[in-house]
Design a protein around this ligand. Structure first.
Ligand code: ZN
Length: 487
């Protein structure tokens, strides 16, 4: 399995390897994570103890640096809640030292070229061709032709973009070696052998560090997460994990607590980006939600609760993101346009015109068209005698044709104000056995749980992560106790 895995997946492999060694083979699936846990958990507990004893420990990753490198930051959302504040520095930050490194190679550069020739970094400028790049740096065009005559080299040198770097080692005009990063995970190496060249690719040594962080919400989830040194995209992903259980717009309160255990990718001692969240916990309104990553037999990773239920539900709680509820389910409501007493059999989500509307669950389009006061409407039929209705759409998505199958989260149309409507919003209904239910409170059917055949393996794989969550929760508890004593 490992040889067939693309390089970019390898960083997920849990084998503990020394970074910068080459040619090692890695254990290949997430099921072996527990092996790792056995090694790191004692280290974790030790470092936790050390952290508690010396809060000024400077071993933590600098969150400022991490944030600076990560360019995919969503902007913080403002849930404004006033609450107890904890000392920033002390909010859980435990660093783990082990590596889940990817150091296996498809081919090792044939010889060490660093001492052989002078190193030169070629920076690609706008409009450059390799030819121009070589001429400008007085490097042998003959060598370049020999190099690009090798199919592997040609494949990975064909496209060059302004800002790209190509490393060459040369003696005068003559090329000794050439390296180029293909992507984060893989590089090309071309090496001179007598009068010819050989080309090969090798995996970059990416070090995966597991980080766990936690916090208590005081102002907003995003601000508190940022205080705890958690990058925005990690916290965004965490809200995605719990989106089926927690309404992060309406349900989050001060005092709610969260823990995330996630991966960071490092290369040559430099932080690159965040990897997957391995486990997370969100405690709100006396209820604690936990989720753990697990790689199923199909190689797909999903999140499960500690007892092996999928965190996903068969239906989304709300069929569109970033909206607000403008009118709740209400059996006795005066209709805003008709001004008559008329039950509101759905939920209205105010959102700007054109906001994508998602299918709440897997199903089939049984109606698509104009439906009286509903305007442009889609009705989906789902298993279990459940149907959902989406009204007032500006337009339909092309793929959501009448009779076609749709999957959960697939965009079926866009928010508009067609039919009897006072402004752009989605009117959403959920019906079970023909009867209208409140989509915000109805008990949603569960998605498929974990195959019982993998239960034992799953339990092993989450054991270490459970300890990490527990220790962070204890840390948070002791911190809030301290904060209370100070007041
Ligand atoms: Zn409505």
């Amino acid at each position: 399995m490992s040889s067939k895995q693309p390089a970019m997946r390898d960083y997920k492999n849990p084998a503990t390897t020394v970074t910068k060694t080459v040619g090692s083979t890695l254990l290949s699936t997430g099921r072996f994570r527990w092996l790792l846990a056995g090694i790191i958990v004692p280290v974790a507990i030790l470092s936790l103890v050390l952290l508690i004893k010396s809060p000024d420990s400077t071993n933590d990753i600098d969150p400022a640096e991490a944030l600076a490198v990560d360019s995919q930051e969503p902007s913080p959302s403002g849930i404004s809640i006033k609450t107890v504040s904890l000392p920033n520095k002390a909010v859980g930050n435990t660093r783990f030292i082990e590596t889940r490194g990817s150091t296996s190679k498809q081919g090792t550069p044939t010889k060490q070229i660093e001492d052989d020739g002078t190193k030169l970094v070629l920076k690609v400028r706008s409009g450059d061709s390799l030819d121009q790049l070589f001429r400008r740096n007085k490097l042998s065009i003959n060598d370049l032709h020999k190099i690009t005559g090798l199919s592997l080299a040609k494949q990975h040198l064909r496209v060059i973009r302004p800002g790209d770097m190509i490393e060459v080692w040369h003696k005068g005009a003559s090329i000794v070696a050439l390296h180029r990063e293909i992507d984060l995970y893989e590089s090309l190496a071309v090496t001179r052998v007598d009068d010819a060249f050989i080309a090969e690719t090798y995996k970059n040594s990416i070090e995966t560090r597991i980080v766990e962080k936690s916090g208590t919400i005081k102002d907003s989830l995003f601000l508190s997460a940022s205080d705890a040194g958690i990058p925005n995209n990690v916290i965004m992903n965490m809200t995605g994990m719990f989106a089926w259980d927690v309404d992060f717009i309406l349900d989050v309160r001060s005092g709610d607590q969260f823990v995330v255990v996630y991966e960071e990718l490092w290369r040559d001692g430099k932080y690159i980006k965040n990897g997957d969240i391995l486990a997370a916990e969100f405690a709100t309104q006396g209820k604690s939600h936990r989720a753990f990553i697990y790689e199923g037999p199909d190689g797909k990773e999903s999140y499960y609760t500690a007892d092996g239920r999928s965190v996903r539900k068969a239906f989304l709680r709300a069929p569109l993101a970033f909206s607000r509820v403008s009118s709740n389910f209400n059996p006795n409501r005066r209709h805003p346009v008709l001004n008559t007493l008329r039950a509101h059999k759905g939920v209205d989500y105010a959102a700007s015109r054109g906001t994508p509307i998602k299918a709440a669950g897997d199903g089939k389009v049984i109606f698509r068209g104009t439906k009286g006061g509903y305007g442009n409407t889609i009705i989906l039929s789902h298993g279990g005698n459940i149907s959902t209705l989406y009204a007032h759409m500006q337009k339909f998505d092309k793929k959501a044709k009448n009779g076609s199958r749709v999957t959960q989260g697939q965009v079926i149309g866009y928010v508009g104000t067609t039919g009897l409507s006072t402004g752009p919003h989605l009117h959403y209904e959920y019906r079970k056995n023909g009867a209208h239910q409140n989509p915000r409170t109805v008990d949603l059917p569960q998605a498929k749980p974990l195959d019982p055949a993998f239960k034992a393996d799953f339990e092993r794989s989450i054991a270490g992560l459970t300890l990490r969550l527990n220790s962070q929760r204890q840390l948070l508890a002791s911190l809030s106790e301290k904060a209370e004593q100070l007041q």
